[in-house]
Write a protein that binds this ligand. Sequence first.
Ligand code: FA5
Length: 349
Amino acid sequence: MKETIIKIEKALQNELKNVQDLVALNSLKINYLGKKGKITLLKKELAKFSDAEKKEFGRMFNELKVKATTLIEEKVAELEEQAFTLKLKQEEIDVTLPATNLKKGTKHPLTIMIEEIEELFISMGYDVISGPEIELDLYNFERLNLPKNHPARDMQDSLYITGEVLLRTHTSPAQARYMEANKEKTPIRIICPGKVYRKDEDDATHSHQFMQFEGLVVDKNLSVANLKATLELLVQKLFGQDAKIRFRPSYFPFTEPSFEVDVTCFKCQGAGCRICKDTGWLEILGAGMVHPEVLKMGGYDPEVFSGFAFGPGPDRMVMLKYGVNDIRQLYLNNIDFLKQFGRLEKEEN
Ligand code: FA5
């Protein structure tokens, strides 16, 4: 019996050395400690011996069983550790490998334009605000000195939702809303970029949805000179230091005097070409001194306060700056067209 026990232990130790994985180890365990395993069957042999031998062999048998269990458990731990280390190695990340070149999206040209405009005005102390695209007739027209049935309402073909609610036709309601909310607070210096909507027929220069941004300054002693200086800075930032502007008299019910503002043609620098129809100038925005009635309705005494406002259309400015000849390109989501505006994308191609 003694020899058998020693033999089994040796055999177990030898076999354990060759076990490479947990599956093989499990069958080895069954082979020794399972119901019909070599060690388990040995117990039955004990019955054959005298009481004294039973005592000695029984102790040896128990020691063998404990030892076998321990050796197998240790082997389990060893194999698990090996498997874990292997897994870590397989999943190791080489941080020195060059990164894969992910295709990046690009900013939409309108976003680029608006961000450039915002940057300039923020640097001059303006706040950037937003207003609702679904607007009340009250702010879109009435508070801007356009009472019901005013003929100038026809200047902007409107999309009404109910009798009193419409899609804003311009960003000018921001003027009325901001003055109302900040009564008597001066100075006001805001720009309000956003989408506007008109029942215009879409063509190369008109879209039924386009961008505008409203500029409004209210303070004491403001004059057309302040408006002109501000707009000069704007066009120089967008079209270069040599860009010049000129004011032409115009009419908006909410400004007096009112102007159409032209910028020197980006293509011919004023010499005259096809783009500017040989005039050397391109129209970019409407502007003027805030009408006394609009100041009054906004809660500002026109005897004390004055203001200027301007409303450029970034779509047309993008067209001018980048030579886009059809406004609809800005709304078609044509990837090839949009890609041209991403500096990063350009570098990649
Ligand atoms: C206005 O909307 C006035 N609210 C601007 C203003 C603000 C005047 C403050 C005085 C003081 P107008 O309708 O001209 O004005 O539009 C302003 C600009 O929006 C135009 O110069 C043009 O750049 C752009 N625009 C007008 N209609 C369209 C259109 N259908 N598609 C694309 N851009 C347009």
